[in-house]
Design a protein around this ligand. Structure first.
Ligand SMILES: Cc1cc2nc3c(=O)[nH]c(=O)nc-3n(C[C@H](O)[C@H](O)[C@H](O)COP(=O)(O)O)c2cc1C
Ligand code: SF4
Ligand code: SF4
Length: 264
């Protein structure tokens, strides 16, 4: 009766969700998908979960790439949680079709609404507002645990029609440009050259040069660098300077670095 949850995260919401679901389920391990480097991902667990943020109204490219390497038995129970900030759009429908192409079935899929880490939309909400979302998600995770434990079938949750139709099209248009979407990032005068941004980047997209980070256009748009910089020195264009940074309060920098690679 085992479960493995593979997670991807930029600011800890998906890791927190994976951990909380794991403790509700029991006998569950959480594995960062960025640490799965094998050509084929083999997993003997009875139930396999994917927990990841919604990016640009769809499945983030590293998750698409990971699913492409999944080599599991169609009899294994597959479920997914799309962690978002209120606009899940058709992300889980997209995941369902990617799995179908591999003759795999998404048995259940859930939308998890947590605070936004997309800082151009706005800074971190006040802690009371964050807590309301955490409490609602914890209640939902108990319901999800019951579904997953019973290996029940549930149609993937999705946003309203306008989101699915219009925003899924925007996802398809944006996808080829994601790697180069790091162009607006820069480090301002507050940078202390600590190197955390370089270490936390899951794409190894940041290199320190003359004590300043340089973005190398292999970006995954996870926003870990801007949100975890201890000096709030990283900006994304002109609009982020005075916006409050967001990270899940129960996830530490150590958790994040361990999610990226064991030696960082
Ligand atoms: C580049 C980018 C794009 C995003 N796009 C969406 C989106 O389309 N819909 C949405 O609801 N949230 C979107 N978000 C917000 C995240 O999905 C949300 O904050 C999530 O909880 C972050 O999870 P994480 O902390 O595990 O990375 C986006 C965030 C980023 C960084
Ligand atoms: S994390 Fe922030 S302070 Fe540290 S090197 Fe990067 S930009 Fe500079
Ligand atoms: S450069 Fe920043 S946003 Fe891009 S993948 Fe690295 S940490 Fe994420």
């Amino acid at each position: 009766m085992t479960t493995t949850i593979f997670y991807y995260t930029g600011t800890g919401n998906s890791l927190w969700t994976a951990r909380r679901l794991a403790s509700a389920l029991g006998e569950t391990q959480c594995v960062s998908l960025k640490r799965c480097t094998e050509e084929k991902i083999v997993c003997g667990a009875e139930r396999i979960g994917l927990v990841f943020p919604v990016h640009i109204w769809g499945v983030p490219p590293p998750v698409v790439e990971f699913v492409g390497r999944l080599n599991v038995d169609p009899a294994q129970y597959l479920f997914a949680l799309a962690v978002n900030a209120g606009q899940p759009a058709a992300t889980l429908i997209q995941l369902q079709s990617i799995l179908r192409e591999k003759q795999l079935c998404l048995s259940s899929g859930f939308s998890i609404d947590l605070p936004s880490n997309y800082i151009p939309w706005g800074g971190a909400p006040a802690s009371g507002k964050q807590q309301k979302k955490f409490d609602a998600v914890l209640a939902k995770l108990n319901r999800i645990a019951a579904v997953v434990r019973g290996r029940d079938e549930r149609p993937p949750e999705k946003g309203p029609f306008w989101q699915n139709w219009m925003l899924s099209a925007l996802y398809r248009i944006s996808l080829p440009h994601v790697a180069g979407m790091d162009k607006p990032f820069f480090a301002d005068e507050k940078c202390s050259a600590c190197g955390i941004c370089e270490k936390i980047c899951p794409a190894r997209n940041i290199e320190m040069a003359e004590e300043k980070p340089v973005w190398k256009h292999r970006c995954e748009q996870c926003f870990a660098c801007i949100q975890w910089c201890p000096e709030e020195a990283i900006q994304y264009g002109k609009g982020t300077k005075n916006k409050k940074r967001y990270r899940h309060p129960e996830i530490s920098l150590k958790d994040m670095l361990a999610s990226v690679s064991p030696e960082r």
